[in-house]
Design a protein around this ligand. Structure first.
Ligand code: ARG
Length: 463
């Protein structure tokens, strides 16, 4: 293995244990493509401003392309003694092309290099996340469209509250994941800032052209302060926050799917391909996917907290602590992408048990609010109507029947305003469809939001 690139100042060899402890190569080797692209841009810039010759720049680019192919073909040997991907690539380049390779690191440092690489990496990943979320949002809109006639109980405090469309419930998740996608888009703006040329912390004496590098690497802007640029991880924290919020949404739907697939609820069945059995209890079919997604939420929150804690109290500018960011970042992104992807595959295969949902929606006094609304519509102040309906619920409870199963004479004992039309008024579908207020669960509203969702998904350009 070649000599360390920074060995000049040192007279003793690095301890093996120290090498292993300080090395990040097993983690950051996944940045190789971005590292190479960044170095090629840097070399082109150096040629443009006359720091190296065009031939040298060509040689560097060619050498780096070869290294990329070597890595992809598994021909790169990794060693802790070369610390990280930046030094592996640079030292291989020097081996390949000699002196021109030794000029590559002019006017830059690993501090701005790693900042560049990880921003480029995040930029690619965030775009992928947004596309995955787009597919997921499409799945929710499709589910809503397909099951537009299904009614289920809506809950508050996990107590049956009012009937809603299953589609309304699905579109609620569409909204959450759409906000998530927008948050990632917004975060991308802060990621997409070019830090290279900040050098170690203070900038450089060389006549570099940072705007040119930014153009080559497709960055809309360059960082404004070199000290900030090499030590800023805000965008990473933002990404971890976006990921955490998104996982929180996944955890909520996971919990619902787990509950819904119990024999107690029995609202849905997850397909066999997305469930597993028990090694001891033959009757079991476990909702492992939603359970694991719910569980993985913890590790994504953990990523946010480990990054926040890592950054806390760090003095300007770069500190080695920051090397720890990548392990956390990579695992977090992998987890999030996996969760989105598996949901995109699992959801369309779930069976929605319309009859069970509707039977539950017509039991448990979900019509009590409407009963009060009925009286209020006839002129009774709502507070009073609420009280009357409450007495009726307690009566029906004692009798063990639903309110709409009581005879009209019985209803009229509670208030003279009740007439025959109350039964129609209390039909589950009518209750749903009367909720036409903007954002409410009426079929008309929900159809409209499904339409808008498809239009919006359609109009989003692929970045
Ligand atoms: N492997 C390092 C990291 O990921 C690269 C920057 C190292 N800079 C330094 N001065 N040791 O943070």
């Amino acid at each position: 293995m070649s000599e360390k690139l920074w060995s000049g100042r040192f007279s003793e060899k690095t301890d093996r244990m120290v090498e292993r402890f300080t090395s990040s190569i097993q983690v950051d080797k996944r940045l190789y493509r971005h590292d190479i692209a960044g170095s090629i841009a840097h070399a082109k810039m150096m040629a443009k401003v006359g720091m190296i010759t065009p031939e040298e720049s060509e040689q560097i680019a060619k050498g780096l392309e070869e290294i990329r192919m070597d890595i992809e073909a598994g021909r790169m040997e990794y060693s802790d003694s070369l610390e990280d991907i930046h030094m592996h690539i640079e030292s291989r380049l020097v081996e390949k092309i000699g002196e021109a390779g030794q000029k590559l690191h002019t006017g830059r440092s690993r501090n701005d290099q790693v900042a560049l690489d990880s921003r480029m990496y995040m930029r690619d990943e965030v775009k992928e996340i947004i596309q995955l979320l787009r597919a997921l949002r499409h799945v929710f809109a499709e589910l809503a469209k397909k099951h537009i006639d299904v009614i289920l109980p809506g809950y508050t405090h996990l107590q049956r509250a009012q009937p809603v469309l299953f589609s309304h419930h699905m579109m609620a998740y569409y909204e959450m994941f759409t906000r998530d996608a927008r948050r990632f888009e917004d975060c991308l703006k802060r990621i997409n800032v070019m830090p290279l040329g900040s050098a170690a912390l203070a900038g450089t004496t060389y006549p570099i052209d940072r705007e040119y590098v930014a153009r080559l690497l497709d960055f809309p802007e360059i960082s404004a302060n070199s000290m900030d640029a090499v030590s800023d991880r805000d965008h990473m924290l933002e990404l971890a926050s976006c990921a955490s919020i998104c996982m929180m949404h996944f955890s909520r739907i996971s919990e619902e799917l787990i509950l819904w697939s119990t024999s107690e609820f029995s609202f849905i069945t997850l397909s066999d391909a997305f469930t597993t059995g028990s090694s001891i209890m033959p009757q079991k079919k476990n909702p492992d996917i939603p359970e694991l997604v719910r569980g993985k939420t913890g590790s994504v929150y953990g990523a946010l907290f480990s990054l926040l804690t890592m950054m806390k109290s760090l003095p300007l500018a770069y500190n080695r602590d920051m090397q720890e960011d990548k392990k956390t970042l990579f695992e977090m992104i992998d987890t999030l992408k996996d969760c989105i992807d598996i949901y995109v595959r699992m959801l369309p295969n779930m069976t929605v048990k319309k009859d069970v949902m509707e039977a539950s929606a017509s039991k448990g006094f979900l019509n009590a609010t409407d009963l009060a609304d009925y009286l209020a519509a006839k002129g009774m102040p709502f507070r009073k109507a609420h009280h009357v309906a409450g007495r009726m619920v307690s009566h029906a409870l004692a009798k063990g029947v639903e309110i709409d199963h009581l005879e009209l004479e019985v209803l009229r004992q509670f208030d003279e305003m009740f007439e025959k039309d109350v039964y129609e008024y209390l039909e589950v579908r009518r209750m749903v469809d009367r909720r036409k207020s903007a954002g409410g669960t009426s079929t008309e509203n929900v159809n409209e939001s499904i339409k808008k969702a498809f239009e919006s998904i359609e109009s989003e350009t692929i970045a």
